[in-house]
Design a protein around this ligand. Structure first.
Ligand code: NAD
Ligand code: TYD
Length: 357
């Protein structure tokens, strides 16, 4: 059995990846996570007695500790999910995005390089460093432009996207210069179980269930491509096993929707699953002040991973959304925990001025 060092494994995608890796026996897992506001060990509760899963609370920027973990556990791969990931937070306060996404990734690469360079040649050949990135590095598209390919030039527009672009460039440089066996994946917007409700889909589901306003930025015409998180995790595992070293792979859900469509779909499903006697959920939709520099459209051309590795998303947006809504309705203990404390401060900070304006 292989061993993966997963960073950011207490966050949304990382935790889904770890759960899937342990359930399907993909690998033993060492999880390194700083446990910022976005990290939640509750998500991984089912692994508490799993002897092939270990958790360490640490920063990816802690060079000596990461070197120690690598030497101690001799992983076959590092899978880097750790990041500050929310665009709106990067607009309010970019500092942590630079620190973790740029400096932290640099330190993680340094620690990994030092470990990898000391491996015996055969282990060196099999080792992989997989960096999880985003389609936002490619910038924005008009409604009619062709989707982003792996050749699209980087033109990041938000502090978040710029910090992820920087980290992608560092990964590329470590492969080019030191021959570190890297892989980079650029995916579209993920959704599914265990997502922190600062992002559009879980925020809308939970607000709607509570009869609260559903904030839609601007006119709601901005388009995103929606990728079900388990499809994304399967793609990452496939890229780790079969991806060409030094290459990047776009991963998308083939489900472009504008934000208003997404919110209206959630409302229509909740009208059936949780009907309200006095109102339709869509009456809660509230158009609010737009995000500064809001990218109009992201769209992913994922033909490379389909053609070369045989991956393809298994979930349609309708089936994935239904699973996601059912999950949030059935996991109220998890939801109540993440919504306590600091979450409320963020909601006040981000929405108070938008709603009143
Ligand atoms: P998330 O915000 O839910 O989780 C991030 C995790 O990283 C948290 O557990 C947090 O505690 C941890 N972390 C933050 N800083 C750290 C540090 N310095 N050291 C160690 N751990 C740290 O993010 P997510 O949605 O799971 O995203 C995972 C990755 O996928 C990120 O790199 C993100 O840029 C990328 N991505 C996400 C999406 C999406 O739709 N969620 C889309 C494209 C790309
Ligand atoms: P988000 O989930 O924050 O992901 P990203 O910014 O990485 O795409 O936002 C998805 C889209 O939804 C984006 O166009 C912004 C919009 N949005 C809203 O309209 N209202 C909201 O409350 C949030 C959080 C996002």
């Amino acid at each position: 059995m292989k061993t993966f060092l997963v960073t950011g494994g207490a966050g949304f995608i990382g935790a889904n990846f770890i759960l899937r890796a342990r359930r399907n026996k993909w690998a033993n897992i060492i999880n390194l996570d700083k446990l910022t506001y976005a990290g939640n060990l509750q998500t991984l509760a089912e692994l508490q007695f799993d002897r092939d899963y270990k958790f360490f609370q640490a920063d990816i920027g802690n060079l000596e500790f990461v070197k120690f973990l690598l030497t101690e556990y001799q992983p076959d791969a590092v899978v880097n999910f750790a990041a500050e990931s929310h665009v709106d937070r990067s607009i309010v306060k970019p500092d942590d995005f630079i620190q973790t996404n740029v400096v932290g990734t640099f330190q993680l690469l340094e620690a990994t390089k030092s470990y990898w360079q000391n491996l015996p040649p055969q282990q060196q050949d099999h080792f992989r460093f997989l960096h999880v990135s985003t389609d936002e590095v490619y910038g924005t598209l008009s409604f009619t432009a062709p989707a982003f390919t792996e050749q699209t030039p980087y033109t990041p527009n938000s502090p978040y996207a710029a910090s992820k672009a920087s980290s992608d460039h560092l990964v590329r440089a470590y492969h080019h210069t030191y021959k570190l066996p890297t892989l980079t994946t650029n995916c579209s917007n993920n959704y599914g179980s265990y997502q922190f409700p600062e992002k559009l889909i879980p925020l809308t589901i939970l607000n709607a269930l509570e009869g609260k306003q559903l904030p839609v930025y601007g006119s709601g015409q901005n388009v995103r491509d929606w990728l079900y998180v388990e499809d994304h995790c399967d793609a990452i595992n496939l890229v780790l096993a079969e991806g060409q070293v030094g290459e990047t792979y776009n991963i998308g859900g083939e489900s472009e929707k504008n934000n208003l469509e997404v919110v209206e779909k959630i409302c229509a499903i909740l009208d059936r699953l949780a009907p309200q006697p006095d109102f339709k959920h869509s009456s809660l939709i509230t158009f609010v002040k737009d995000r500064p520099g809001h990218d109009l459209r992201y769209a992913i051309d994922c033909n490379k991973i389909k053609r070369e590795l045989g991956w393809q998303p298994q979930e349609s947006f309708d089936s994935g959304l239904m699973k996601t809504i059912n999950w949030y309705m059935s996991n109220t203990a998890w939801v109540d925990r993440v919504k306590s404390g600091a979450y409320q401060d963020w909601i006040t900070q981000n929405y108070a001025s938008r709603i009143t304006s």
